[in-house]
Design a protein around this ligand. Structure first.
Ligand code: SAM
Length: 291
């Protein structure tokens, strides 16, 4: 095959729109995708991430995300839908890699790889974009996750936030990587539709002082039943870490602290489940089957 130079970072642009056949496991692009799958630091350095599957490629392209590379296994090359997506990606400058199933399996570290694998540019709102987005819709619902650790929880929450029409998810403090393959997989494509932002606890607490609607935290020691709260818009739902829950300074920043009643012996609900329960209550009057 004709090889392009090894990847050199987010700012680098490669020969756009070419198609390459790769058969070798030691090809630099195979190594690059493996590193993007396996290493957070490589994703951070490059500003890229990997998402598996034709559905996610379709979501990414329809939502206007930049595709860096699209990898097609043998089955994808026989599929009209996959060929269409590849043509769109290529027209937007992506490099198309045609590979064998074993190479695809090695890249993604899966025995049964998806036949389409995309490499996309990460998108996360900076402070100014977040401020603009917060101001743009006074009726919005937002979710904030303090120190979320589990990529499956984060992905599931993004998917649920998408399902209820939340405006975005704010990652507070040190969190798991939203662009890790496990997190992306759990979003089922919602990563491409729900804006993400990141901020420190201090910045969150500062924002909380002037939040115009309800800032509801969830806490196992909350004294208010989550169904008894009147959720003024804009509503910001703050969820705690899987092990530690919400620390006092974060809980104190909230205008209400909600508890979801429990029967039985479970200590608490899973974070993603609790987020789903809360979001559906917050949006109870808004969502109908006709939407
Ligand atoms: N040991 C932790 C604690 O003491 O908070 C449990 C954390 S729980 C697994 C993760 C997060 O889910 C909590 O911080 C809270 O945001 C939410 N959560 C889980 N069950 C809840 C409940 N019954 N009521 C309110 N929030 C709950």
């Amino acid at each position: 095959m004709s090889e392009r130079p090894p990847f050199t970072g987010a700012g680098s642009r490669r020969a756009a729109g070419s198609v390459k056949q790769i058969t070798s496991f030691s090809n630099p692009l195979v190594k690059e995708i493996k590193a993007l799958v396996a290493q957070r630091k490589h994703r951070q350095r490059s500003g890229l991430f990997v998402a598996e599957g034709l559905k996610l490629a379709t979501d990414a392209l329809s939502a206007g995300w930049s595709v860096d590379m699209l990898v097609l296994g043998p089955e994808a090359r026989e599929s009209a839908a996959a060929r269409d997506i590849a043509a769109t990606a290529r027209a937007r400058g992506a490099t198309i890699l045609e590979v064998s199933t074993p190479v695809l399996a090695a890249m993604t570290r899966r025995d049964n790889p998806q036949m389409v694998v995309g490499v996309y540019e990460q998108k996360i709102m900076d402070g100014a974009e977040l401020t603009r987005a917060l101001k743009a819709d006074p009726a919005a619902v937002w979710v904030a996750l303090d120190h979320v650790r589990d990529p499956g929880n984060l992905g599931t929450i993004l998917r649920t936030a998408d399902a209820v029409g939340a405006k975005g998810v704010i990652l507070v403090g040190e969190t798991t990587d939203p662009f890790a393959v496990e997190a992306v997989r759990a979003t089922m494509g919602s990563l491409f539709h729900v804006p993400l932002a990141r901020m420190t606890r201090a910045a969150f607490q500062e924002m909380a002082t002037s939040w115009p609607g309800t800032l509801v935290g969830t806490h196992l020691k909350g004294s208010t039943d989550y169904r008894a709260i009147s959720y003024a818009r804009p509503t910001l739902l703050l969820m705690g870490n899987e092990q530690a829950g919400l620390p006092d300074d974060m809980a104190n920043a909230c205008t209400a602290l909600a508890r979801i009643p429990q029967a039985g012996e479970a200590d608490s609900l899973n974070l993603a489940v609790a987020t789903g329960v809360m979001l559906y209550e917050i949006r109870r009057g808004d969502l109908t089957l006709d939407a």
